[in-house]
Design a protein around this ligand. Structure first.
Ligand SMILES: C[S@@+](CC[C@H](N)C(=O)[O-])C[C@H]1O[C@@H](n2cnc3c(N)ncnc32)[C@H](O)[C@@H]1O
Length: 212
């Protein structure tokens, strides 16, 4: 009898009960069914980058929790020198397999223990759906960890599921409300633009920050 792959939700729920988030994400990638993988860059990123005429020439970008690498490759195609990291070694191995000729530097790393050399080193930092994948109590620490990676004058783009404060947190993923993102501002970033988007019947926030 062949074993049917388990659903990602089953794996996530089980790991939340008994292990760390790093083991949890590794288990999802090893299981081979990656529910957030769309096989293309996030439309909210592409739309924003086109509107901004984002030009990465001569600039460094960092992609947080890069998953299978589509956003990182997109930023490299816009001219950035891109570093992309994920806590899952299997995700990073798959990025390298998927994009053997890539100019992106793919690294296994934990946002909460990022290399010291990354501090204040990047012109552009993309955070797409990592914070919401951690239990909500991690959000302030995650925002602070991301904010310290961008250099003065640099930009941060955050994409996440959005909710109102009175709405259920509806864990996994943990939709964020605006006040959950306040930690970016408390960590020294200025909010440039806040977009409340409705995509695929879900509410998404896209927030553009800059470090003065
Ligand atoms: C919901 S997925 C989003 C992946 C990708 N950013 C996207 O939008 O398709 C969250 C990603 O964050 C990674 N991740 C979770 N915790 C992390 C951490 N502490 N440091 C780095 N990556 C992390 C997971 O392995 C997973 O790839």
């Amino acid at each position: 009898m062949t074993n049917k792959p388990r659903s990602p939700r089953e794996i996530i729920e089980e790991h939340f009960k008994r292990s760390s988030y790093a083991e949890l994400f590794e288990a999802v990638y090893q299981n081979g069914v990656v529910p957030w993988d769309k096989g293309e860059p996030a439309s909210a990123l592409v739309e924003w980058a086109e509107a901004q005429q984002l030009d990465g020439t001569g600039k460094r970008a960092l992609v947080v929790g890069c998953g299978l690498g589509d956003d990182a490759e997109y930023l490299a195609a816009r001219g950035f020198d891109v570093t992309a990291f994920d806590v899952s070694p299997t995700a990073i191995a798959q990025c390298k397999q998927r994009w053997p000729q890539s100019r992106v530097t793919y690294v296994t790393a934990d946002l909460f223990a990022a290399p010291e050399a990354w501090r204040g080193a990047f012109d552009f930092v993309l955070e797409s759906r990592t914070i919401q994948a951690l239990a909500w109590e991690y959000a302030p620490r995650a925002c602070a960890a991301i904010a310290q990676l961008v250099k003065r004058g640099g930009q941060v783009l955050v994409l996440c599921l959005g909710r109102e404060p009175h709405e259920d947190r509806r864990g996994i993923p943990w939709a964020l409300c605006r006040s959950d993102l306040q930690a970016f501002v408390d960590s020294g970033l200025e909010e440039v633009q806040f977009d409340d988007l409705h995509e695929e019947s879900r509410r998404n926030f896209r927030v553009h920050y800059r470090k003065p």
